[in-house]
Design a protein around this ligand. Structure first.
Ligand code: OGA
Ligand code: NI
Length: 286
């Protein structure tokens, strides 16, 4: 299993450094928190798995995002990883391996694979489609968004889509994440002990566009610092990515994307997103 822990930190300042200030047209407008991101209670899995799968597929089609409650990862571990994630910033590099990340990554990976199995069934793909190398990689990222003197001028994380398969975000209790739907930004309200789950670019391609990898961004706050722990389930570098063949049997559903190796997508993603702000999916469309 590939594993990587990274952090994207910065220090607290009394004024926004000039190099961070966005041109007026790219600054965030105020978005009220909303409850429109679907909330899915995983407890329903025992009573009515078919209904739960439908909820997951519907949310993934309409929003590309949902919040997941009663997911089985303990409240204690959810809290601990955020505390340790925050401390991570104050530690010398060689001390940054921590037990808590080990337990957390095992639990979250298990949950992610369960969700992928449910998505697999919901899409009507052959059993185990996302097993093996398509879900072999696990990346963890700790994001720290320090207090910002003027949140109207900057973004904590610019607009982007995640390039892997599936993201499970532990965002604690501080708001900041916004999701783009129909050209409008929706603020994702933090729910206690929930994961925010989102469809990534590779899942959009494999589902031949049925599931949506939605753009999102993070706005900073002037009152509370925010630490989040993000887990990405990723294909291995050499995995072959293509729209699942069983979704293409019908003539009315031709493939929307080409076949390619995941590593080639990653290279293009880095060039397109960091370079020109282009949509990285475009060059892989048929
Ligand atoms: C990311 C991301 C959101 C957050 O790391 O890709 O979108 O709230 N993070 O930290
Ligand atoms: Ni993201």
């Amino acid at each position: 299993m590939d594993k990587l822990i990274s952090n994207k930190g910065s220090t607290i300042q009394s004024a926004v450094p000039e190099s961070y200030i966005l041109p007026p047209e790219r600054r965030p407008s105020v978005v009220p928190p909303c409850k429109t991101i679907p909330v899915i209670d995983l407890q329903g899995l025992d009573q009515d798995p078919a209904d739960l799968i439908q909820q997951i597929i519907k949310a993934s089609q309409e929003y590309g995002f949902f919040q997941l409650t009663n997911h089985g990862v303990s409240e204690e571990l959810m809290q601990d990883v955020l505390v340790v994630g925050k401390e991570f910033y104050d530690l010398p590099v060689k001390e940054k391996e921590r037990e808590v990340f080990g337990s957390y990554s095992i639990e979250v990976r298990k949950l992610g694979l369960l969700l992928l199995d449910l998505i697999c069934e919901g899409l009507g793909l052959e059993y185990g489609y996302f097993g093996g190398e398509l879900s072999q990689g696990l990346l963890m990222s700790i994001n720290h968004y320090p207090l910002c003197p003027d949140p109207s001028l900057v973004l904590g994380l610019p607009k982007h889509g995640d390039p892997y398969l599936l993201t499970l975000l532990n965002q604690g209790h501080v708001a900041g994440l916004q999701v783009l739907k129909n050209e409008q930004w929706l603020a994702v309200e933090p729910l206690p002990n929930a994961f925010v789950v989102n469809i990534n670019h590779m899942l959009q391609i494999i589902s031949n566009g049925k599931l949506k990898s939605a753009d999102h961004r993070v706005v900073p706050s002037s009152d509370v610092a925010r630490t989040t722990v993000v887990t990405f389930i990723s294909p291995s570098k050499d995995s072959l990515i293509e729209p699942a063949k069983s979704l293409l049997v019908n003539k009315s559903s031709p493939p929307l994307y080409k076949s390619f190796r995941f590593i080639d997508f990653l290279h293009a993603y880095i060039t397109d997103v960091t370079g020109e702000g282009k949509d990285p999916l475009e060059r892989f469309m048929v």
